[in-house]
Design a protein around this ligand. Structure first.
Ligand code: CP
Length: 308
């Protein structure tokens, strides 16, 4: 198979196993390209891409922009905080005005779950979801899968624990869909108040004890506590969260095995992850960021071939 089954990347839920494997295989080729002295290829010359961000981002925004430039696309960046959205312009009007300037593809981050899905039904362009509220973050899950495969050789049969604020995490949901599709066993772990009730119906194990989760897993994907999305108190204090769920070197030393530590970033150092783990030989956090460029190049390249 050399084509995706879809013209948009809205979520992992909307992809087939063939789609995911095609993206990961294509990303391997682009990883080789971006490690050459000349990192640029002409694949998307004459394609114009708008990065439309209604929410803050460091990794995803820069990584998409680099991916676009390394594919020779023309790039425009939109940030809602300095735009006419502040004067009341709607999402569809905003994007349709950007598309009038002969833009072909839109990469969008939005705080509302489903915003990219809504947009895909109302505008004529390829839409790529760069994170929609608490719903999905498909390119993060793809780069996480790519990084696990790169580190461990394969994903099928591996035990992956996703630890932390599962309730507010789009990374958790996209990772669950992606890793289960690729044959991994998946566990979620965190305080019961941060674990959605529906989660077991997705075929994942649920564990409240972080030590047991670490003993079980080959890979721990540690998530940020998303205070900005929490309207009520889900645990007494950050100090207490850190005491019961924070991952530090002492916890890892108690295991009779080596595990891989991941985090999508940004890290709350000293809350969900201590620096003695985040910066240790167990961590592949910066490899995840590096791989994000190759994975996003693959997504853009494949979707650009799906214009009709
Ligand atoms: N992982 C991630 O989405 O990071 P940013 O919010 O910085 O893009």
């Amino acid at each position: 198979m050399s084509q995706l089954s879809t013209k948009h990347l809205l979520g992992i839920k909307n992809l087939t196993l063939d789609d995911v494997q095609l993206i990961l295989d294509t990303a391997s080729s682009f990883k080789e390209v971006i490690n050459r002295p000349i990192k640029k290829v002409p694949s998307l010359r004459d394609i114009t891409i708008a990065n439309v961000f209604f929410e803050n981002s460091t990794r995803t925004k820069l990584s998409f922009e680099l991916a676009e430039k390394r594919l020779s696309a023309d790039v425009v960046n939109f940030s809602s905080s300095s735009s006419s959205v502040k004067k009341g312009e709607s999402l569809v009007d905003t994007v349709n005005n950007i598309l009038s300037m002969k833009v072909d593809m839109v990469v969008m981050r939005h705080s509302s779950p489903g915003a990219p899905h809504f947009l895909s039904r109302n505008v004529k362009a390829n839409i790529i979801n760069a994170g929609d509220g608490t719903h999905e973050h498909p390119t993060q899950a793809l780069l996480d899968a790519f990084s696990i495969k790169e580190k461990l050789g394969e994903i099928a049969g591996k035990k992956i624990a996703i630890i932390g604020d599962i309730l507010h995490s789009r990374v958790a949901l996209s990772n669950i869909f992606c890793l289960k599709m690729l044959g991994a066993e998946v566990m979620v772990c965190g305080p019961i108040t941060l674990i959605p009730k529906y989660i077991a119906s997705l075929g994942v194990k649920v564990e409240l004890d972080v030590k047991k989760a670490l003993e079980w897993c080959d890979v721990a994907n540690v998530l940020r506590i998303q205070l900005e999305r929490q309207q009520i108190k889900y645990f007494p204090s950050l100090r207490e969260y850190s005491l019961y769920y924070g991952i530090n070197k002492r916890l890892l030393q108690q295991l009779n095995k080596e595990i891989v530590i991941m985090h999508p970033g940004p890290i709350n150092r000293g809350v969900e992850l201590n620096s003695d783990v985040a910066d240790s030989e167990h961590s592949i956090i910066l490899n995840q960021v590096e791989n994000g460029v190759a994975v996003r190049m693959a997504v853009l390249y494949l979707l650009a071939g799906q214009k009709s």
